[in-house]
Design a protein around this ligand. Sequence first.
Ligand code: ADP
Ligand code: MG
Length: 315
Amino acid sequence: MNEFDLIDVFFKQPALTRPDVLLGIGDDAALLIPPKDQQIAASMDTLVDGVHFLASTPAEYIGHKALAVNLSDLAAMGAEPAWVMLALTLPNANEKWLHDFAKGFYALANLYQLTLIGGDTTHGPLSITIQIQGFVPAGLALRRDGAKPGDKIYVSGTLGDAGAALAAAKYQTILSASEQQYVMQRLHLPTPRVALGLALRSVASSAIDVSDGLLADLRHIVTNSRAGAEIHTHQIPLSSALQKLPRTTALEYALSAGDDYELCFTVPSEKSDQIKIISEKVGVPCTCIGEITNSSDIQVSGETLNLTRQGYQHF
Ligand code: ADP
Ligand code: MG
């Protein structure tokens, strides 16, 4: 299979056409119609074999996750996903792998009416880069720099599941088969919190997605907002699987392991009543874990933890 057949067979799916895509895959560039009165939020993420996933990871999961992590970035901006580009570097044209990858990718893309408008296909060590664009009304994007002292800090869903999944072999006797399956699914098939991000426009004062670990990501909010934070360990939401692990281990995963793709956001206290309603409307639990302070660092109160690292760093 040559490069052009491969693109035609696996990626030129006419499954979904959006009126704002004048020309999609097949020319030197895509032609897009920018929406009136909205800003474009653009983001890019790369997954590298051996760094973000193992060669043994099913390709369908990789297709899902490569897109999910990008959707998560748009969710954290409160942007509505629209267009996506895919750069694939492949060691070989393995048709089964490509078929499975495309299946995972398209299942998620179709769910969000996201159109693949182009990309690049090259030969080399396996890596996947996705660039995504979405729309947000002017002034309503959820940025990292809007948190103010007194704002409540929330997280969606539960934290630490993906971190525990990476070490699941250690917990085979503690977790049931279904709990192990649950944490594995959280690692491989994260759910981007797109609807929550959209519902938080005009409500949240800042937001970020938890990709590197809660403390590391919250650090970006406090640094950019020139503030501090206090979080309470007893308030950190843990899944029933994580609740079975030794308490300090579970909290360490929740605070400093990455790959959760939940949203961490801040809300002025007078608007915090709205979170319960939003949470019910979008069907995603949201838990208050602390508040923004006047200091310049993050205090963790509650249980004593020995956190050796605050989050994932590449270098
Ligand atoms: P060029 O040589 O002009 O850069 P390419 O041969 O790289 O064009 O790509 C041909 C068309 O296929 C372009 O529209 C490009 O966006 C698209 N394309 C290439 N690879 C992919 C991919 N992995 N997924 C989606 N579209 C792709
Ligand atoms: Mg090209």
